[in-house]
Design a protein around this ligand. Structure first.
Ligand SMILES: [Mn+2]
Length: 319
């Protein structure tokens, strides 16, 4: 593993133009990992041209601005962070680059880049970026430290999720020791929410249907999204909040993405593997946090049935 971090640095040194991309529909870890890596390369190698690309999200502006893909991509290096496959990369394609590197923590069977740092035990892509910095003794500053911290805190749900490890704490401890910043500034950016969103969350809690097997599901229509005056991406941002409800073992939100003309399903569980079920429905993700995009409501109901079945299997095993 150590040599892998060194190899990535060696490749970064070799290229003058570096583009950093992440997944479509980004979360804070996706943007934070690409923005932090861009800034790290910039302050350690001021002569390099580095771009963090992909569509920007107003809500995550505090993590830093994004760039346009440069016109000149002759002999450029592409680094993808927080994304397992190229079909989910936002804003560029593999063919345009001389060399490709992946830094990710999502499970993935296929090798998609020339060089890959894939660690499924990492809490976040930002944790891997932080390891990369420390292992190579690279310079950092307080601004970048905050961005990395935001990514780790957000993806681990404030160190709540199971991938939080002694390594996560050791790295974060070293980060805070080296670059002491006010952590409340970071939390304010991530966690301050408008009242409309909390009311929308209450709607979900009040209306989620829970089966006798402990599977909860809700179809969130665009009329409801309009009524509560929230963003269409809000359901995805709230899905983790249903953790620690005793009666819920697996839960899923369905909402309709009008731009794509597809149902978007967010699935979560408490320690029950679900990504294999999602995979069967053309989706994927982490063991306990997955998703899928489906064409019809019938397919959505099929997926819900399979998830309910998974909850039942676990319940039967335990009784
Ligand atoms: Mn992530």
């Amino acid at each position: 593993m150590n040599s892998l971090y060194k190899k990535i640095l060696k490749k970064i040194k070799e290229y003058d133009t570096i583009v950093i991309a992440r997944h479509i529909g980004p979360d804070p870890d996706a943007i934070a990992s690409q923005v932090a890596l861009r800034e790290i390369i910039k302050i350690n190698f001021p002569n390099k041209k580095v771009y963090a690309i992909g569509s920007s999200v107003a809500r995550f502006k505090y993590l830093g601005c994004l760039d346009k893909v440069p016109d000149e991509l002759d002999n450029a290096l592409l680094i993808i962070t927080d994304v397992p496959q190229f079909d989910r990369v936002d804003g560029t394609s593999k063919e345009d680059y001389a060399y490709t590197i992946k830094i990710d923590h999502h499970p993935c069977e296929d090798k998609v880049c020339d060089l890959e740092l894939l660690d499924e035990t990492s809490s976040s892509a930002c944790q891997l970026i932080l390891e990369f910095v420390f292992k190579n003794h690279l310079k950092l500053n307080e601004e970048i430290a905050k961005v990395i911290y935001a990514g780790i805190v957000s993806d681990s749900e404030r160190f709540l999720l199971s991938y939080t490890s002694s390594k996560t704490f050791a790295l974060v401890s070293k980060l805070l020791e080296s670059y002491p910043f006010a952590i409340m500034d970071v939390y304010k950016n991530i966690y301050d929410r408008p009242l409309s969103e909390r009311r929308f969350e209450a709607y979900i809690i009040n209306n989620i249907v829970i089966s006798e097997n402990g599977f909860g599901y809700i179809n969130i229509t665009n009329d409801i999204i309009k009524e509560y005056d929230v963003d269409s991406s809000t359901p995805s941002n709230l899905v983790n909040n249903l953790n620690f409800i005793k009666e819920l073992k697996i839960w899923a939100f369905a909402s309709f993405d009008e731009k794509l003309g597809l149902y978007k399903i967010n699935i979560r569980s408490r320690n029950i593997v679900i990504n294999d079920v999602a995979l069967r429905f053309n989706g994927g993700g982490h063991k306990y946090a997955s998703g899928a995009r489906l064409k019809t409501m019938d397919e959505v109901m099929e997926l819900f049935k399979a998830l309910d079945e998974r909850a039942k299997e676990v319940q039967d095993e335990q009784s």
